[in-house]
Design a protein around this ligand. Structure first.
Ligand code: IPE
Ligand code: IPE
Ligand code: MG
Length: 243
């Protein structure tokens, strides 16, 4: 699919109405777990744990709202800069989440996808992830794309190198090699916790996405907030440079 075709397709879908007002692909930078915990004088790991609960609810909501794809930023290439114990807690939660929620995904036609270089994680995490990918590969409902060890600049550099190896570097040939190549065009990018930056997430894909920021800390993010963002999205006029 060419870039222009992807854009046109996104525009048609955006005006198409329906329960989610036409958004096909929503991405979320799930930020604020640490501050949520700090406010309560709890360890950061508790914030991350409550963050996983928020993930579960939001995935369910995305499914019932009929989103084709939900992409969640779970671990960035820069998050390796965090203390070892926090990284270990995050890995533990990731493993636990896969074990506890895989049956629900499988039963509800959710297809799991990973963007980012998850193979750099510990072998037990990689094995669990690959098992979950295999188990949901045949599903045709909502795609849950989880960004693990993901950095957009590295993704783009890798895609450009692959495109070059095949002969041509164009926006279309690069786009076709991105980790998100098989997902619908990104419609809406949400960031929680009041930070207003992209933190190396979906830089290419966000070119014409609508952006929505909220002060809500990720563990407090509920399906109603997703609905609020989709309602705001429905009011936006997407022009793609035209008039
Ligand atoms: C987001 O919450 C979760 C990850 C980045 C893994 P943070 O841990 O960044 O929370 P804050 O930003 O410190 O509040
Ligand atoms: C972005 O949040 C990464 C994830 C949500 C996984 P960070 O908390 O790492 O981002 P910065 O450091 O505030 O930009
Ligand atoms: Mg943060």
């Amino acid at each position: 699919m060419t870039s222009a075709a992807a854009v046109a397709e996104g525009r048609v879908a955006a005006g198409g109405g329906g329960a989610n007002h036409g958004a096909r692909h929503v991405a979320i930078i799930m930020d604020g777990n640490g501050r949520w915990a700090k406010k309560r004088h709890l360890p950061r790991a508790v914030g991350h744990k409550r963050g996983v609960d928020a993930v579960r609810e939001v995935v369910r909501a995305a499914r019932t709202m009929g989103l084709e794809a939900l992409t969640l930023y779970a671990f960035s290439t820069e998050n390796w800069r965090r203390p070892e114990d926090e990284i270990a807690a995050l890995m533990g939660l990731l493993k636990h989440f896969i074990v506890s929620d895989l049956d629900e995904f499988a039963a509800n036609n959710v297809r799991l996808k990973i963007i980012g270089d998850y193979k750099a994680f510990a072998p037990d995490v990689v094995e669990l992830v690959e098992n979950a990918l295999a188990r949901t590969a045949g599903n045709s409902g909502t795609t849950l794309a989880v960004a693990l060890n993901y950095g957009s600049q590295a993704e783009i550099a890798k895609a450009a190198a692959k495109a070059a190896a095949k002969g041509t570097i164009t926006p279309e040939s690069i786009e076709a090699e991105l980790d998100t190549a098989l997902l619908p065009p990104l419609d809406l990018l949400i960031r929680t916790s009041g930070e207003v930056r992209l933190s190396n997430f979906l830089l290419w894909q966000a070119a014409y996405a609508e952006l929505w920021f909220t002060e809500v800390l990720w563990p407090d993010f509920k399906p109603d907030h997703l609905q609020e963002a989709l309602d705001a999205f429905a009011q936006r006029e997407r022009r793609y440079g035209g008039r």
